[in-house]
Design a protein around this ligand. Sequence first.
Ligand SMILES: Nc1nc2c(ncn2[C@@H]2O[C@H](COP(=O)(O)OP(=O)(O)OP(=O)(O)O)[C@@H](O)[C@H]2O)c(=O)[nH]1
Length: 414
Amino acid sequence: MASSSTAAGAGAQQKQPPVSIVCVGMAGSGKTTFMQRINSHLHTQHTQAPDTTAPPYVMNLDPAVRSVPFDSNIDIRDSVNYKEVMKQYNLGPNGGILTSLNLFSTKIDQVMSILENRCLPKAPAEGDDTPAKPTTDHIIVDTPGQIEVFVWSASGSILLSSLASSFPTVIAYVIDTPRTTENTSTFMSNMLYAISILYKTKLPMILVFNKTDVKEPTEAIEWMRDFESFQAAVRQEEEEEREGSGYMGSLLNSMSLVLEEFYNHLSVVGVSAMTGDGVEDFFRAVEEKRVEFNKEYKPELDRKKEEAEAAKAGGTEKEMNRLMQDMEVSSRAKGTGKYKRAPKEEPETVSEAEEMDGESEDEARWVERDDDVPEEEMEEDADGSLQARYAQALKDESGGAAGSAAGYIRRTQG
Ligand SMILES: Nc1nc2c(ncn2[C@@H]2O[C@H](COP(=O)(O)OP(=O)(O)OP(=O)(O)O)[C@@H](O)[C@H]2O)c(=O)[nH]1
């Protein structure tokens, strides 16, 4: 406990943003029990060291859960009624969860501003040297048991990327150890699931082997660290005819070689959400991943964000230029704006007509609207106000995060 509390306390004094821990895992792996355990661990820590630690900020993103055994600061069920969504849109359970998440993610702007307000360290008043008391050091997030609905949906991506853009974010992939280590193929299936989540979310991941009170993850960890021991287990299963054909065995063997690189990117801890065993190891891994996030993931995320913003700004500018070109052409053609035509004076005498013919074509056809107005002001008046209005309209169209989130969902979900 000492090391994790020290890390949390030191983090607070340097005014680091809290780390957000997103718990994902298959149904029944023990996510909710694990959430309850880490929540109570952080509360106990805060009771013991109130000046250097803070209780966590808790979010529940599972719309279908009937009751959660911990208090949530933000609960998706407060904004979306899962049962109503199913009824109204005539959906099944998974469609209901997906649509509820989609509806919730259209409010991501509000959610993020609450999170930032409550969880980011406040800047001290000028001249105030006292170390800031942490608001919170951890944001913990529970997700639906249907992992694919969360990880593979547009709304899941929006929620995760929004979190990661404001806070160091870590995925805690909770695994049911006794079931996963039943045999090599179940183990491999679970690892492939983890790999798909790692590559989809592009966030640092901790493999949490849960239920260690029932079975220690020693075997699983050995399989990850040493592919030869995994291959030996595959051979043994084949000999015992536990796992069917040789084809399956050679596939598993090849996979174990391929996955070696993936395993190197992970932190692995064994915990028992039931007894609390291993929770300190988990928080040590979180601190490691926080550092890794800031060093490796954040620069990449920032680069992507800048690229997206530049592309958006570039796109808007291009649109604006095209629009302005169109406007110039049409105002030239129509004789409006700065190309407004002077009312044509009819020559009253032949000499007047000759004089008028002698004027340069430009002078005769295109005259400034008001000679007393400086040119820059004129341009602004003629085109600028319109330009500003169009720029505003384009800005409005591209929308804030919520607008773009809604658009993104519409586009990706059809
Ligand atoms: N023995 C043991 N049982 C556990 C542990 N953690 C969870 N369980 C049990 O596993 C079952 C599922 O736990 P939950 O926390 O509901 O799992 P979940 O992943 O949230 O499940 P969903 O809500 O369906 O996604 C429950 O019966 C828990 O009591 C543990 O560390 N040890």
